[in-house]
Design a protein around this ligand. Sequence first.
Ligand code: ATP
Ligand code: MG
Length: 156
Amino acid sequence: ETIDVETYVDRIMKKFNGLATDNQIELSFKKNIAEPNIIADPDRLEQVFTNLIDNAIRYTAENGFVKVYIESTTNEFHVTVEDNGSGIPEEDLPFVFERFYKADKARTRNKTKIGTGLGLAIAKNMIDIHQGIITVNSKMDQGTSFTFKIPQNNSD
Ligand code: ATP
Ligand code: MG
């Protein structure tokens, strides 16, 4: 399905303004849209955005930031979600996309919503369906960034 990137990402980002404000997180958003249309499943793609941004906000302490960077080119749709939250232990990084993985609860911010550990497994599955890739970079107590890329093949 063809998605108008600008309208689509603006709508998704708006959904998170309230959650960010409630958690005293500065949510910022940058986009570089060289190619206005992408081919993807909008509902599945939205789930990936939702899981990554929800995590970034939930695992970042008050007064932290979450930065979302979106780039659309003829070859690729690229998204990075970066935070300066709790970070993920290096030894755990290979397992974050597995179902039911959760870092030591003592290290993560205690929020009302306790997750099931499925969000990233679902996100990875959604990206796999799009023949894309999803990667993570993280440093304990410094922050985390997730990036996903979905290949595009626009002939124009
Ligand atoms: P769910 O998403 O199902 O509600 P969850 O958030 O615990 O539950 P995932 O989204 O799969 O599950 O994340 C797995 C674990 O990875 C989390 O429990 C958390 O320990 C760690 N994690 C994920 N994103 C971040 C992040 N941005 N910063 C720090 N830790 C993270
Ligand atoms: Mg989650």
